[in-house]
Ligand binder design. Sequence first.
Ligand code: FAD
Ligand code: DLZ
Ligand code: SF4
Length: 513
Amino acid sequence: MTMLVPILGDQLSASAAALTATDRRDAVVLMVEVADEATYVRHHPKKIAFIFSAMRHFADELRAAGWTVDYVCLDDPANTQNFDGEIVRAATRNAATGIVTVEAGEWRVLAMQQRWGTLTGLSCSILADDRFIDTRADFADWAQGRKRFVMEDYYRLLRRRTGLLMDGTNPAGGMWNFDSENRKAPKKGLAYPAPPHFTPDVITKAVLALVAARFGHHFGDLLPFGHAVTRAQALACLDDFIAHRLSQFGDYQDAMVAGQDHMFHSQLSPLINAGLLLPLEVCRAAEAAYRAGDVPINAAEGFIRQILGWREYVRGMHWICGPDYAARNHLGATRDLPAFYWTGDTDMRCLSQAIGATRRHAHAHHIQRLMVIGNFAMLIGVDPHQVHEWFLAVYDDAYEWVETPNVIGMSQFADGGVMATKPYAAGGAYINRMSDYCSGCRYKVKDRTGPDACPFNSLYWDFLARHRDLLGKNHRLLRMYDGWDRFAPAEQTAIRAQAAGFLARLPGKADGY
Ligand code: FAD
Ligand code: DLZ
Ligand code: SF4
């Protein structure tokens, strides 16, 4: 009897259900590098290198733990370059008698897993992914019958259920949520401790050469490459974050500073999403730092809410919103993504900073993604599917289960308000308040019209005006529409003409994308 145990590139956990459910003496673990997964959107070369290197290291760790691992490299001449083809080949090669796998994180790959039994003629059992803190079934129960899916309600349920930051039945620090303390603007003189950088070993060097040759033409810098690619390195990243950045994470969670690509953020998302760290252990580590008196409650709570709250919530929403969620387009947006999303070549400093970080690191922090890159795309009316494909391709932590709710729902309002109660639309004033970008920008952030006016301002008002039919009755936008109505008609005309002029001059879609 030989069980074939396919482990996907984001299932790199020794505790993955298919490994704990199988006897290693009767099993062959299958791991495959396939071009289809690297190119169905053109992933950032750093992201591909991270995944391949982490997969190769994980395969070695499994072998050392006594597993038989069948590992198919991308450049194996017999590689069919897709999951289905490799499952069929491996089933035959290993004379498999059955398949045990962990449910993929997303609808797209789950659909493939559901045909592996038929394709191979073997029984294929798909086990629940128990690396998340909640289960799909429990999230569905929570969502059942609700008119609105409020993240904060779900988060409190999980706080109670896990006991994280709880003092008996009360929230630690006396409040559930310290968000109001977590919106400080950046101040001068702050020191930003750099996250760890790991020198590539021989395995990573081989992957870097492969990725440079095969995917070097994709958007993004492959080098320098310093990602953690093993469980031990991932744990070192967690320790480093807790020791050096968590204490200020809360205060400056929403801040942006030119030239500071990481701020006080953890950079742990690619590691958690690939399985090198488990979300619950990360939350427990943050709580322990708070209990030890090393970090304040607003930092620990703010950080834990991102993982226990937001991460679990978007995962649940991915499953309840169904496989067609990425096709939603509530605002009917049709514009092509401007070419500078693939180059960073724009005189809007906020966008060039955020896209530049993305190009260098395959990473950008939350407010850059939401309030700069995503906000701009929504204001100018980019087709949300193009925005979705861009976000999925360029970030090292992007898989459809987490990217689509954040992009289609939170950032583009393309689901019409399932995820967010109002669009995350903002003009230059917000960016100016939360960053130091505007002082060095060629545009004047206070101007709405004129040759030097910040484009975000006219685009913001134009967005509200053009979508009044759909958004005008939204209670959370009434104040904004009041603001619009207070402009004199001539001013409204000038603002909309300013926006129209800007949109007419925008560069179109980049060649090849
Ligand atoms: P930190 O700021 O240190 O936060 C801690 C952890 O909280 C993160 O590591 C992550 O695991 C979790 N987290 C925080 N916010 C979210 C969120 N909204 N959804 C899910 N998890 C969250 N996150 C992804 O993991 N993959 C994506 O593809 C992704 N796409 C995004 C697209 C848009 C438009 C927006 C607005 C956000 C997106 N996020 C995504 C959420 C968030 O921006 C990243 O998780 C975060 O920037 C990762 O950096 P970090 O580890 O330093 O996070
Ligand atoms: C993102 C990605 C890439 C680039 N390459 C692979 C791969 O070669 N092999 C693999 O097993 N997984 C890869 N992944 C992750 C998958 O595309 C997919 O997003 C996740 O497994 C979640 O379903
Ligand atoms: Fe961005 Fe406008 Fe500020 Fe320039 S002035 S950085 S375009 S918000």
